[in-house]
Design a protein around this ligand. Sequence first.
Ligand SMILES: Cc1cc2nc3c(=O)[nH]c(=O)nc-3n(C[C@H](O)[C@H](O)[C@H](O)COP(=O)(O)OP(=O)(O)OC[C@H]3O[C@@H](n4cnc5c(N)ncnc54)[C@H](O)[C@@H]3O)c2cc1C
Length: 648
Amino acid sequence: MTDASRPLATEKEARDVAEQARETEWEHPSFARELFLGRFRPELIHPHPPPDLAEEARAKPFMDKLQAFMDKVSSEEIDRTGEIPEVLVQELRDMGAFGIKIPKEYGGLGLSQMSYIRAMELVTSKDGSLVALLSASQSIGVPQPLKLFGTDDQKKRFFPRLAKGAISAFALTEVDAGSDPANMHTTATPTEDGEHFLINGEKLWCTNGTRAELFVVMARTPDVEKNGKTSKQITAFIVDASMPGVEVAHRLRFMGLKAIENGVIRFTNVKVPRENILWGEGKGLKLALVTLNTGRLTLPAGCAGAAKSMLRIARTWANERVQWGQPIGKHEAVAQKIAKMASMTFAMEAVAEMATALYEKGGYDIRLEAAIAKMYNSEAGWRIIDDTLQIRGGRGYEMAESLARRGEKPIAVERAMRDYRINLIFEGSSEIMRLFIAREAVDHHFKMAFDIVKPESTMKERLAAMARSTPFYLTWYPTRWVGMGQLKTYGEFGKLAKHMRYLERTTRHLGRSIFHAMVRYGPKLERKQAVLFRAVDIGAELFAMSAACSRAVMLAKGGRKEAIALADTFCREARLRVEEHFRNLYGPNDENMYKLAMSVLKGEHAWLEHGIAAADSEMGLPELEGSMSQIHGAGELVGKNEVYALAE
Ligand SMILES: Cc1cc2nc3c(=O)[nH]c(=O)nc-3n(C[C@H](O)[C@H](O)[C@H](O)COP(=O)(O)OP(=O)(O)OC[C@H]3O[C@@H](n4cnc5c(N)ncnc54)[C@H](O)[C@@H]3O)c2cc1C
């Protein structure tokens, strides 16, 4: 529950904190950024990098071990017991699965980000709890920020432990600070000699927290005054779970990911040496954002892995199951779903691979591509799981164990659905991803011309903005209507060339539309989430189409010509979605919907809720002992570093 005695940040403070953490400069190119500016630059992503055979050979011994491990693991048992047995964790440690990207000199496998995401894709295709364990440790836990921002001394101290399998966790979220870190209450107070900090506070939903040896903890260090303005400082610390005052307060249980090692972690006067600060005082939130740029590459690959598993289930069942005289896959309604799933799965893998390949290439800013990949793949995968469940019919809703008991194959679509849903919430919810992408999408225009329309601008600021923006817009705007790009034939793309030409002209259309929206709404555009989100969705579709076309051409050149049909179908469908978004860009119903929502929130339609029973949650908190806590682990208190044992 939110603690009413603790003040929450105002909207302005929340925005200020987010702005401070933003990477404001674009030192390197970005295909997605160019898209939102109306400039289609396929040369930034095409040709799609072919597989790196040398890296694949290096990764093979590990990938073979991981494949053999995953083939024998019983995900049903992990789900049913809510525990990952220690022997399995040890086996993962022994094969180096906790140090995939840690450089060899520190005892890690020293593999690339691409090998890492392939490994996570494989694990996700079967088991959500296992991937949470591995990925929270390596995508957002200590190794990633340590690699990016750690000092040599920190690397020497922590990498060898992590490579051997010390589990790590990332602790940012708090009760009041979910999407909004400005509400963070955990503090890190410097000791008098300045050599240490005392951390006090509680972190919520910390994945691996109940089993971690090392944490990255975000905490507020003293505010600083800059130009008469107070600015909140958030700093990242490496905290060892063995430090006095670190306590697992609760093990938390969820709808899916039944064996995730997630908890409320309490820090009471935890004395952390200054040399455990990562990067620098006040840089914690920026560190979190930069870490997540690469951290976010894992989840889209995992979603593609889950989509592939669903495709296999749906394909097999749609062939096997005969109703109304035909395999159900031959009935058009089901066939449509299968075609959508296959083409979407292809595009999802293209998106995940493209974003990762751009990161590996270096000299490229992937912040937008990673955010789009996270948002796009998590949502696309959810629709695929939903369609798979529908195709499996009643069997899709039935638990695998129950299917097995009556002699059918234990195909766990319901578990996949439970495990998958969180992907749209953590590592940046879909809404927050859209806000993040929208902020970057309009950034160039804001920098150029915002002062012209901002009510509080002085005349001097307005004139300066006009002087700076006029030369840019004089050439940029007309060329968003007609441009040299229109003359390109994209012959190399064969059957997909028509989609490339569509991408070229639609990218210009997107650029114009964002500009028009800015002129129409001025500074109020920031609050027009529905409009901005449609523009973001158009950009995301265009990115996915580009990635799919480029990947299909690469695969076709290597002999896999069938990829062209998948990319073609994906693009045809994506174009329909794009056109729909353009048609409704200004949302003819947006205002009406907002008004209705406000009146619903005021309770003016509470009469709609009449005739329903009192929910359990309205009957007071469940008993801490007895059946409720046994089922949900609600309120269970465990000692420091103790692993919660499910009471059975
Ligand atoms: C299983 C699990 C594992 C997790 N693991 C970790 C972890 O390892 N480390 C960690 O630090 N955190 C972790 N989290 C926390 C997770 O990242 C947060 O749940 C997430 O950031 C969202 O915060 P919230 O749930 O408080 O939602 P809120 O911020 O309360 O948001 C609620 C809803 O409002 C929307 N919303 C919020 N603000 C806006 C806005 N300005 N505009 C439009 N919509 C908005 C959100 O998108 C969401 O739909 C985990 C959570 C879960 C459930």
